[in-house]
Design a protein around this ligand. Structure first.
Ligand code: SF4
Length: 350
């Protein structure tokens, strides 16, 4: 694998900046200034670190990269203003992020891995061979790049792009610390959502870490056999155990849980599925205002034979959940014309 010639400065955790930079910069207040340029002002060249002496800027330039992505391709949806970013990594692979503007929020959906080893068979990212985890810096750079590009503050982050975040737990949590830190990206913890197919120990670890971010479980099925068909590498987690882990997360963090459910025609969109999902959630004590089910009508792709459900089936599914006291929302597809909608990331960028 190609190595970077210099270190990538966003890979250095701010708490380690002092020890790493000490040979180049002696005074502690200078380190604070550097951290501010990196994470608050988000300068894109060391030259712009204007309150630092020229020799320090030169030392930084010769020892570190400030950015790691080599190239960025941008595509904007004419339908809804969603923007898909394709970043070329230093080792010539591609990762994707999506900017999702709305009246109330400016959110980004970002990636944590190149390819995805989970290989959900409804998902285009799952068709891309897993190559490596993204570093902490590469995760953060997606947000910083988009914020600089749109020239507005990002208010929410969804870890729902390419990759299974829990398989890159150390870099995920290191990035989360910088995202929620008031001295760094300063995005409210309740506006961060980590989405996962569910690795039970990792769900509990994230709960115990008490970041207070939101957790979304990609469930997509109502019995274990059905789930195995759609998520073959499901870490052998049983649905009942996954929902118990969600309950643990909810109790421990007092933060909202989302259950994501992709509706696929004739596969998991029947009334029986809806009733079974309601039963499972009741058994796990997951019915209440802090838990929401997001129904995601499948976005058709030429990579498999799955079909978009009929609208009547979607509305019927929603009605059954609602009658069972479940907070339920039909997620509107964003960025359909640019391959940026849920499950589409990964096949039309290059
Ligand atoms: S849905 Fe998520 S976990 Fe599944 S293949 Fe796609 S990126 Fe990976």
């Amino acid at each position: 694998m190609k190595q970077l010639k210099k270190a990538f400065i966003l890979d250095v955790e701010p708490k380690q900046l002092y020890s790493v930079l000490k040979p180049l910069v002696c005074e502690e207040y200078r380190i604070k200034q550097i951290a501010e340029w990196l994470y608050v002002k988000k300068a894109d060249s060391f030259e712009k670190f204007s309150n630092l002496p020229k020799d320090i800027r030169g030392n930084l330039e010769s020892s570190f990269y400030l950015r790691s992505f080599q190239n960025v391709i941008k595509k904007e949806s004419v339908l809804d203003g969603t923007v898909r970013y394709t970043f070329k990594t230093y080792d010539s692979h591609y990762v994707y992020a999506v900017y999702l503007p709305s009246e109330s929020a400016k959110s980004v959906c970002i990636s944590t891995q190149i390819g995805c080893p989970v290989s959900c068979n409804f998902c285009s990212s799952g068709k891309i061979k897993f190559l490596r985890n993204l570093s902490r810096g590469e995760i953060l750079e997606q947000i910083i790049h988009i914020e600089n590009d749109i020239k507005e503050r990002i208010s929410g982050v969804l870890f729902m792009g390419m990759g299974e975040p829990f398989l890159n737990y150390t870099n995920l949590t290191s990035a989360i610390e910088s995202i929620i830190s008031k001295k760094e990206l300063n995005i409210g913890k309740r506006h961060i959502t980590v989405s996962s197919v569910g690795i039970i120990p990792a769900i509990k670890n994230l709960a115990n870490a008490m970041y207070g971010v939101r957790f979304a479980l990609s469930l997509h099925a109502t019995d274990d056999k059905q789930r195995k068909k759609i998520i073959p590498n499901n870490f052998d987690a049983k649905i009942s155990d996954l929902l118990q882990a969600c309950r643990y997360y909810l109790k421990k963090t007092n933060s909202r849980i989302t259950v994501e459910y992709i509706l696929i025609k004739g596969f998991n969109d029947t009334s029986s599925d809806a009733h079974r999902l309601a039963r499972l959630m009741r058994t796990a004590d997951l019915i209440g205002p802090a838990v929401q089910v997001n129904l995601i009508p499948y976005n058709r792709s030429d990579k498999n034979d799955y079909e978009t459900p009929e609208q009547i089936a979607v509305l019927n599914f929603k009605k059954i959940l609602k009658l069972n006291g479940i907070t339920v929302n039909i997620r509107e597809a964003k960025g359909l014309d640019i391959g940026a909608a849920c499950g589409q990331l990964g096949y039309c960028a290059k």
